[in-house]
Design a protein around this ligand. Structure first.
Ligand code: NAI
Ligand code: MG
Length: 337
C-alpha cells in the first residue's frame, strides 16, 4: 500500500520546486500518495489562516510531511509556521546533511551532517517588550530554554545517528563559556551521553571557533550537534561549503511524525521565474524515502541527480548553468536507471 504524505507546496519558489520533486519521485517509482495542502502566506491569502485546520488534519492522519518553503514576515506578523509545525509534532531532531555534488567548489568531498535541536533554545519564542520612560518598547527580552530532557534526547539522537550510519565522530558546538547555565547544561549532558558511546569519537568546541574551522577545514568534522539557533546559522554556512542553499536538504524528525523540507526559504527574488534549483527539496524527498523504508527509489534519484550535476550539461543558474527548473528536472528523469 502507498504511504500517504501531506504535500505542502508552500510559498515563493515552493510550488516550482515541489512540482519538480513530485515529478522525479513519480518517475523513480516512489510509492507515495500525496495529499496536497496549503500553509504559509498562500494559505493566509486563500483561507485567511497561515496554518489551516485541513492541513493539520491531513498531517495528523499521515504523520509525514513534504514541505516547500513558507514565507515568514520579519518582525511583526504571524509567527513562523515552520516552527509551529515542528512544535505541534514535537519534531525535535533537525537533520541537515551536506555533501559535495558539484565538483570544483572550494572543497571536494565535503560530507557532514548537522543535527540541530529543534524545539528549545531561543526559538521557543518567549519574548516580550519592556516599557520604560513612556516608551513601551524601550527594551526587548527573549528567553533561552534548555532542558536536560531536550538536551539528552537530541544528543542521544546524534550519537545513535552516527553509530547507525557508520560515522566516526560527533562534535558538540556550544557557547558554555559565556552562557554558563543554558549552554553549560547542554555541555554537561553531552559529556554524560558521550560516555555511553565509546565507539564514537566525541569532542566539544565553542560555536564561533567551530564556524571558523568549518570554513578553513571542513574535513575535520563528521556529525555536528548543537542547540536550535546555532544549528540554524551553521547549517546555512555548511550549505555554502557545497555550493549553496540549493543543495541543502533537511528532515525534522520526532517519535510520532516527520517533516522533510529544504533548508532554503521561498526565494522571493526568483519566485515565479521557473529558474529555482529543486535539488534541495529533491534530496529532502530522498531523506523522506529513507525514513519510510523505500531506499531503492531514493538511491536511484541520488544517482541520477549526481550524474546530471556532474555532467554539467543541464544546470540551473545558481550552479552557473542555463537550464531552468523544468529542463533540469527532465534531465534527472532521463538519467534515472
Ligand atoms: P532564501 O533561502 O529564500 O533565499 C536566499 C538566497 O538564496 C536568495 O538569493 C535566493 O534566490 C537563493 N535561493 C534559495 N533557494 C534557492 C534555490 N532552490 N535555487 C536557487 N536559488 C535559491 O532566504 P531569505 O530570502 O532569507 O528568505 C525568504 C523567505 O523564506 C523569508 O520569508 C523566510 O522567513 C522564509 N524561509 C523559510 C524557510 C522554510 O520554510 N523552511 C527557511 C528559510 C527561510
Ligand atoms: Mg534557517
Amino acid at each position: 500500500m502507498s504511504r500517504a504524505v501531506t504535500l505542502i507546496p508552500g510559498d515563493g519558489i515552493g510550488p516550482e520546486v515541489t512540482d519538480a520533486t513530485v515529478t522525479v519521485l513519480t518517475a523513480a517509482g516512489a510509492d507515495l500518495e500525496y495529499d496536497t495542502q496549503l500553509a504559509g502566506l498562500e494559505a493566509l491569502k486563500q483561507l485567511r489562516n497561515p496554518l489551516p485546520k485541513a492541513t493539520l488534519d491531513s498531517a495528523e492522519r499521515t504523520r509525514l510531511i513534504l514541505k516547500g518553503p513558507l514565507t515568514t514576515p520579519s518582525g511583526s506578523g504571524f509567527r513562523s509556521i515552520n516552527v509551529e509545525l515542528r512544535k505541534t509534532y514535537d519534531l525535535y531532531a533537525n537533520v541537515r546533511p551536506v555533501r559535495t555534488i558539484v565538483p570544483g567548489g572550494r572543497y571536494e568531498d565535503v560530507d557532514l551532517v548537522l543535527i540541530r535541536e529543534n524545539t528549545e533554545g531561543l526559538y521557543v519564542g518567549v519574548e516580550h517588550y519592556i516599557g520604560m520612560h513612556g516608551d513601551p518598547r524601550a527594551a526587548a527580552e527573549s528567553v533561552m530554554i534548555v532542558t536536560r530532557f531536550g538536551a539528552e534526547r537530541i544528543l542521544r539522537y546524534a550519537f545513535e545517528y552516527a553509530r547507525s550510519r557508520g560515522r566516526k565522530k560527533v562534535t558538540l558546538a556550544h557557547k558554555a563559556n559565556i552562557l554558563k547555565y543554558t549552554q553549560g547544561l547542554f555541555l554537561d549532558v553531552a559529556r554524560e551521553v558521550a560516555k555511553e558511546y565509546p565507539d564514537i569519537v566525541s569532542e566539544d568546541r565553542i560555536i564561533d571557533a567551530t564556524a571558523m574551522q568549518l570554513v578553513l577545514d571542513p574535513g575535520r568534522f563528521d556529525v555536528l550537534v548543537m542547540e536550535n539557533m546555532f544549528g540554524d546559522i551553521l547549517s546555512d554556512l555548511m550549505a555554502g561549503l557545497v555550493g549553496g542553499l540549493g543543495f541543502a536538504p533537511a528532515g525534522n524528525i520526532g517519535e510520532q511524525a516527520a517533516m522533510f523540507e529544504a533548508v532554503h526559504g521561498s526565494a522571493p527574488d526568483i519566485a515565479g521565474k521557473g529558474v529555482a534549483n529543486p535539488t534541495a527539496l529533491i534530496l529532502s524527498a530522498c531523506l523522506l524515502l529513507d525514513h519510510v523504508a523505500q531506499p531503492k527509489p531514493a538511491e536511484r534519484i541520488r544517482r541520477a541527480l549526481e550524474r546530471v550535476v556532474r555532467e554539467g550539461v543541464s544546470r540551473t543558474a545558481d550552479m552557473g548553468g542555463k537550464a531552468n527548473t523544468r529542463d533540469f528536472t527532465d534531465a534527472i528523469v532521463r538519467a534515472l536507471e
